[in-house]
Write a protein that binds this ligand. Structure first.
Ligand code: NAD
Ligand code: MG
Length: 385
């Protein structure tokens, strides 16, 4: 029996993780669940999965949750101070953490779990984008295992040898990340100027949280994923390629030097990569629908359009500049997306805000978590104003 702490249990990835765990209650025991504001769903999850701990950000909601749990004779202990996230991620009883908080708020639990040698199922790509070297160093130091949950990175992970020294020693030529192109794949530049948040969060293939849905609409998500792949697979910049594949059936590919390309395919359902992250190198039932080739009409591919989707270009530039630039891009993108979701700014104000943050904060070396959290805060303050 392995004990798992799920960070962001009330979100899209968090609930899918619990869907998979529900099928394997004999193998995985929920040790802790964390949420930001959704007290009602967290309460339901606590009643079903009986974790030792539940965390909710807001202290008023924590009191409410404690009261509700006591009415159900629950033994779950409620925590709500910010240090408690790190406490739970490094708790000696925890074997696995699911890092599925959205945004750089996921940095602390991911970092603490890395230092404590946990098996980290990483959905929270923002922590690796912002803190690539800090997180990967902590993983090495703590002898942790960092396993991708993002569907593209899970596909690449599955197409690579399970244990490998380097891409070069495994004969890898390049990694090809597929992108659906999002809801605005065929929307003109003129029309994009006035699209709304409501339209942006209607993803054609995937059902996800609002922030990542907007990132998919701007293609920033693919930019963040290129940076995520750079750190996860220790890749060189010219080994990372993006191809638009609107059907989201091929989740990504690895091209080897002999000309072979290994792809991972499946229906667009995050339960598949979540199940593999839990069980790799073994396989467990995920509960997702199987792919039927006879009903697939076509699989198509094209190049991403950097003119209509400048966020992808900005992320690639940030990766080239290196150092703290990806952290600045990530923080400014988070502020811009939050404003876009509130209809305060337009679609093309998102890349504009990111570009001004990139001009304001020169790339420097950030080697520790506190400096990174400070830079994240400063960038947010700059963008808020
Ligand atoms: P979501 O918005 O549905 O859920 C986010 C979760 O994080 C919720 O449980 C929320 O309570 C918690 N949370 C939010 N802000 C917080 C804060 N400041 N402190 C503590 N907890 C906080 O998001 P999601 O779609 O599940 O995505 C989660 C992460 O997984 C993101 O990093 C996203 O990029 C990544 N991801 C998601 C998908 C997907 O299909 N949803 C796919 C790949 C990667
Ligand atoms: Mg993805």
């Amino acid at each position: 029996m392995q004990k798992i702490a799920i960070f962001g249990s009330t979100g899209s990835i968090g609930t899918s993780t619990l869907d998979v765990i529900r099928l394997h209650k004999d193998a995985y025991q929920v040790f802790a669940l964390t949420a930001y504001r959704n007290c009602k769903l967290l309460l339901e999850q606590c009643i079903e999965f009986k974790p030792s701990y539940a965390y909710i950000e807001d202290s008023r909601l924590a009191k409410e949750l404690t009261h509700q749990l006591s009415c159900h004779n629950s033994k779950t202990q409620v925590l709500s101070s910010i240090e408690d996230l790190g406490y739970l991620a490094s708790h000696p009883e925890v074997d696995i953490i699911m890092s599925a908080i959205v945004g750089s708020a996921g940095l602390i639990p991911t970092y603490q779990a890395a230092l404590s040698g946990k098996r980290i199922l990483l959905a929270n790509k923002e922590s690796l984008v912002a803190g690539g070297s800090i997180i990967t160093d902590a993983v090495k130091k703590g002898k942790a295992k960092l396993i991708p949950v993002d569907s593209e990175h899970s596909a690449i992970f599955q197409a690579l040898p399970f244990e490998y020294e380097s891409l070069a020693s495994s004969g890898v030529n390049k990694i090809i990340l597929t992108a659906s192109g999002g809801p605005f794949l065929n929307t003109s530049y003129q029309e994009l100027k006035s699209v709304t948040a409501k339209e942006a969060i209607k993803h054609p293939n995937w059902s996800m949280g609002h922030k990542i849905s907007v990132d998919s609409a701007t293609l920033m998500n693919k930019g963040l994923e290129v940076i995520e792949a750079y750190w996860l697979f220790n890749a060189k910049l010219d080994q990372l390629e993006v191809v638009v594949h609107p059907q989201s059936i091929i989740h990504s590919m690895v091209e080897y030097i002999d000309g072979s390309i290994l792809a991972q395919l499946g229906t667009p359902d995050m339960k598949t990569p979540i199940a593999y992250a839990l069980s790799a190198p073994n396989r467990i039932y995920s509960g997702s629908d199987k792919l039927n080739f006879l009903t697939l009409k076509e699989l198509t591919f094209k190049a991403p359009d950097l003119a209509r989707f400048p966020c992808l270009g900005l992320a690639l530039e940030g990766l080239k500049l290196g150092g703290s630039m990806p952290a600045v891009i990530n923080a400014s993108n988070e502020v811009a997306v939050a404003k876009f979701l509130k209809d305060e700014i337009g679609f093309y104000d998102i890349p504009k805000m990111i570009e001004s943050a990139m001009n304001k904060f020169a790339s420097i070396n950030v080697n520790d978590l506190d400096s990174l959290l400070n830079l994240d805060k400063e960038t947010r303050a700059f963008c808020q104003n």
